[in-house]
Unconditional design. Structure first.
Length: 352
């Protein structure tokens, strides 16, 4: 399960310099929150973090808190979206903010993109393909289709940005250490074999995405920032959670999940902070800021269109014609064998 990231931003004690005993919410807000959280299995008895003694204990306790709770009105996205001026709405915004280290600041590009794409971000999370991924219910065939289409997107984006890396605006957040074309190529070779380039083809929606990148690179190259931020920050944040799902589903530790690894970056958390700070340091006028936010929403929509297209059994059936290049282990067989012997031993013990 994903963790309840909202707590990270609700509680100032995440900062080691802050007083661990001080809650970010006012007394009035705390009372309102208690009222809203009565049916929440985690918060119904009060804040589970209030008695932590140090920063490490706080993080450990947070790791035990699931992101979604059964029958919990406080953190249901659908209900939050319907309430415009409640503490719940405010808390959801805080949950969204925690995906970034930089605080929301008016006039900052990163803040504007975050605020302006929140609805699209939620829409992307609700896509059936992504839901299946998060629940660890996709097959390895669906997974490699997903990687193949991302390969074409990154290949196009990185070809373009490499040529424009000296652009006065793009160069601020251009880092070749983030490039994903090579890791994706390695994963596809592992999954399809050495002839993978003759096998994989982009979906129509992926081609549309690539065409959009090509189009804006000629009309207004600065707008590429919106696509770079949407993809690379997504890889550095949510992508790290998906990597754990991949490991759990398929047993991939390195090969097959290179896409999620940033081996050339020593400390990913510090790098993310640097990236976000650089993004917020870009000075843009009002019209340009709006254009970049609009383009970021287009970037999200391009990804959503791909996810919709991937959720098609015909595409998966076609992909299954190509054998897996690695020796796939069907863990379900081992589970059945384990259950058989467990029951056998249990019956033997009863007899004896």
């Amino acid at each position: 399960m994903n963790k309840l990231n909202i707590v990270s931003d609700m509680c100032k004690s995440l900062d080691e310099k802050q007083d661990l005993k001080k809650c970010i919410l006012s007394k009035e807000e705390q009372e309102e929150f208690k009222s809203l959280s009565k049916t929440c299995p985690v918060f119904k008895s009060g804040c589970p973090l209030k008695d932590v003694k140090d920063h490490n204990e706080l993080l450990n306790k947070m790791n035990d808190i699931p992101y979604k709770h059964p029958k919990c009105p406080t953190f249901k996205q659908d209900e939050i979206q319907q309430q415009e001026n409640t503490l719940v709405k405010k808390l959801f915004q805080k949950r969204w903010d925690i995906f970034f280290n930089e605080p929301l600041v008016p006039g900052k590009l990163g803040s504007a993109i975050r605020r302006g794409t929140m609805k699209k971000h939620i829409e992307a999370e609700k896509e059936p393909f992504i839901k299946k991924f998060l629940k660890k219910k996709i097959t390895v065939y669906e997974y490699r289709i997903y990687l193949a289409n991302l390969y074409f997107v990154y290949k196009k984006m990185e070809e373009i940005t490499r040529k424009l890396k000296n652009d006065p605006i793009l160069k601020v957040i251009y880092f070749e250490t983030l490039h994903r074309e090579k890791p994706l190529a390695d994963d596809l070779e592992y999954l399809y074999g050495k002839n993978w380039k003759k096998i994989v083809k982009p979906l129509k929606e992926t081609v549309d995405y690539m065409n959009r990148l090509e189009e804006i690179s000629k009309k207004n190259p600065s707008l590429l920032i919106s696509h770079m931020v949407t993809r690379y920050l997504g890889d550095m944040y949510g992508g790290q959670k998906l990597s754990k799902k991949v490991k759990s589903m398929f047993g991939f530790v390195k090969k097959g999940s290179e896409f999620y690894r940033f081996d050339q970056i020593d400390k990913l958390t510090k790098f993310r902070m640097k990236y976000e700070h650089s993004l917020n340091g870009i000075k843009v006028v009002d019209k340009m800021e709006k254009e970049m936010v609009d383009e970021a929403n287009i970037a999200f929509q391009c990804n959503i269109n791909m996810f919709k297209a991937m959720n098609d059994e015909k595409i998966v059936k076609e992909d299954k014609k190509y054998k897996l290049a690695y020796n796939a282990i069907d863990y379900s067989k081992y589970v059945i064998i384990y259950i058989f012997f467990y029951n056998l031993c249990s019956n033997f013990n009863k007899i004896s």
